[in-house]
Design a protein around this ligand. Structure first.
Ligand code: JHZ
Length: 409
């Protein structure tokens, strides 16, 4: 699709990352004939939305074997507990107020909402994680969120004071349908809160590995303003947060319901300064991606020539883009990951073995690529011993470099 998914304008093609598998399609056996699609991005100079050109059908990405579980990071568990607290403190005022979460995954946020005694419902299309949420007593609708589903939810449960979504709205291919759904089930004074990897961070950090099948849109205020105004909605507040290497939390209501905050206006000013509404910004971003591709290949080839063993840390969705676009699987012996759904499997298309955490602890390798770079703080805290034993981390965001213990002193 070379026309904008929002306004139909012709897109300017920005990145071409080549043939890509489904980022979370970890394989039980080496498999050289997997489903692939062309991973390309485009920019719309009319509504400013940066987006994927093609996206595989949703059923290929979200299903009974969906590999990502929110509980895979202690910091993220804490983060979602804080989200629940923020919702309760700031927005729940009446015993009848209820919360809907779109894409609730394994239920970590709603679990806390439930503990507060607030009425809630989760919507989750991937059966395996939906089941985990049910096991902890949550009411879950195992389906894709849509206007039609919102209509049925409203008939059963009425309107919601808070609708929340984390790392989900950028997965939905039809934002016009999403807005119609929100308008249908949000209370008149309700708040739609969602948080997603922030386009300004992606551009500033060259974190192109955030671009993969699931992420069809990369948001900023400039583009979202254009979208929401068509539906009598508006962002009245925005908060930059640390998750996923730099995310933005947007607070949306019906137009005029709440006054716009200073931090919202500040973020908007920053986006204008960063020229997120200009084609040249994205063309430069593509040049930076190519530079990282070149530099990571050079760094890894040099290390391998010197007979170093190189492993990876965190079989992230992001790593699928990096590994395949940069063609670096040949340098990596294995990737360590703590998720049961990934251990003893192989990375999508690149077929790198994924081993459990003990393999990382026990092997004596000097270089580790930090694919889970967004969890750097948590991981460095945990891996002081690796540093102490002379281990080195290879990072590629915002540029390729090797971090040794000396470097961070
Ligand atoms: P992590 C996810 O992307 C998926 P991913 C999703 N599609 C999305 O939209 C984005 O988030 C925003 C492992 N790990 O969080 C666990 C360790 O092994 O970067 C995970 O497999 N040891 C919903 O997949 C992976 O790394 C550790 O100490 O890019 C982290 O994946 C830690 C902290 C993590 O998300």
């Amino acid at each position: 699709m070379t026309s904008c998914r929002i306004c139909d304008n012709k897109l300017l093609i920005i990145n071409n990352f080549g043939e890509m598998p489904i980022a979370n399609a970890f394989q039980k056996k080496v498999n050289n004939s997997q489903f692939t699609f062309k991973l390309q991005t485009g920019f719309c100079n009319k509504c400013f939305m940066f987006q994927l050109i093609d996206q595989p059908p949703p059923e290929k990405m979200f299903h009974k074997d969906y590999a990502f579980s929110t509980r895979s990071s202690m910091f993220m568990i804490k983060h979602f507990q804080n989200v629940a607290k923020m919702i309760k403190t700031n927005f729940i005022s009446d015993p009848d107020d209820s919360v809907l979460e779109i894409g609730c995954n394994d239920g970590v946020m709603l679990e806390q909402i439930q503990k507060y005694g607030i009425k809630n419902i989760g919507v989750e299309p991937s059966n395996n994680v939906a089941e985990k949420s049910r096991e902890i007593g949550l009411k879950i609708i195992n389906d894709f969120f849509s206007e039609e589903l919102a209509h049925n939810i409203k008939n059963d449960s009425g309107h919601f004071k808070v609708i929340y979504a984390s790392n989900v709205i950028c997965h939905l291919p039809d934002l016009n349908d999403l807005c119609k759904a929100i308008v249908k089930i949000l209370k008149k004074d309700g708040i739609f809160i969602f948080e997603e990897p922030y386009l300004a961070s992606i551009i500033k950090k060259n974190s192109f590995d955030q671009i993969y099948d699931e992420h069809v849109f990369f948001y900023c205020i400039l583009s979202l303003n254009k979208l929401f105004e068509k539906y009598n909605l508006e962002i009245f507040d925005s908060e930059e947060i640390w998750t996923h290497g730099g995310s933005m939390r947007y607070f949306v209501s019906f137009k005029g319901k709440y006054s716009q905050t200073q931090r919202f206006r500040n973020s908007l000013d920053k986006e204008i300064k960063l020229k997120l509404d200009c084609e040249e910004t994205y063309l430069n971003f593509n040049k930076n991606c190519e530079k990282i591709k070149f530099n990571i290949n050079k760094t890894l080839a040099d290390l391998k020539n010197k007979k170093n063993e190189i492993v990876g840390y965190g079989a992230t969705s992001k790593s699928t883009t990096l590994i395949n676009y940069c063609d670096i699987a040949k340098y990596i012996d294995f990737i360590s990951d703590t998720s049961h759904s990934k251990i003893n499997k192989f990375t999508p298309l690149s077929n790198i073995p994924i081993k459990d955490y003990s393999s990382f602890k026990e092997s004596n390798h000097a270089f580790t690529i930090l694919f889970a770079w967004n969890h750097m703080k948590e991981i460095f805290k945990k891996e002081t011993e690796y540093f102490d034993n002379g281990g080195n981390w290879i990072v590629y965001v915002p540029e390729v470099k090797i971090i040794s213990k000396e470097a961070i002193k």
